[in-house]
Design a protein around this ligand. Structure first.
Ligand SMILES: Cc1cc2nc3c(=O)[nH]c(=O)nc-3n(C[C@H](O)[C@H](O)[C@H](O)COP(=O)(O)O)c2cc1C
Length: 176
């Protein structure tokens, strides 16, 4: 079958090169709102979403992420917007990581649907477990005890994405 949504799901690719221009507030809010419609366990809406566009803060988050990775690069590919997703400690709420991951997935697909590029950027768990990360979560006005689940780089694509790999053999099976 085919329709607009299915095409968007097939065609979304990770974007690793961004134009410096900032996206519009309308575009950002569209992506964030799509995140809020992700299903969450028990409907508890456990995740917390923080969009960052402040240049100093972008630099700091990029540096913190690169430090976890042990590399001197910008892991966010120069994107003008980052979207960070946090959730409860899994020891407190076992579904926080799947909940947050679905929020991130919704936002990536929504970004693609409106012509934006995005990429999941890893290492949030580690970077927000440091003293600096915990202090930053407080600065961002988040409640205590959350963990970093994942982040997105977000912006206008500056280059075509990599071609997708073919889907692996036997990815799914049907048992009737
Ligand atoms: C949990 C997770 C972590 C990822 N971390 C990174 C990352 O740190 N940096 C990056 O460039 N891409 C990252 N990606 C993007 C994947 O590399 C990408 O989704 C995969 O290669 C498939 O490509 P596509 O998204 O274009 O279909 C991550 C994706 C997921 C789901």
């Amino acid at each position: 079958m085919d329709n607009e949504i299915l095409r968007a799901l097939r065609e979304r690719r990770s974007c690793r090169s961004y134009k410096p221009e900032q996206i519009t507030d309308d575009e950002l809010e569209t992506v964030l709102e799509a995140g809020t419609w992700a299903p969450t366990a028990k409907g508890l809406q456990d995740p917390w979403i923080v969009a960052v566009q402040n240049p100093e803060l972008l630099k700091k988050i990029s540096r913190m992420n690169a430090a976890v990775w042990g590399r001197d690069i910008d892991p966010f590919y120069g994107a003008p917007t980052y979207v960070l997703v946090f959730g409860s400690d899994p020891a407190v709420w076992a579904n926080s990581v799947p909940d947050g991951s679905l929020v991130l997935g919704n936002m990536m697909n929504a970004a693609h649907a409106i012509g934006l590029g995005s990429c999941w950027i890893n290492r949030e768990r580690e970077m927000f477990a440091t003293d600096e990360g915990k202090a930053l979560m407080q600065e961002l006005g988040l409640p205590e005890g959350l963990i970093g689940i994942g982040a997105l780089s977000l912006g206008y694509p500056a280059a075509p994405p990599r071609d997708p790999k073919p889907r692996k053999e036997n990815y799914w099976r049907v048992v009737k």
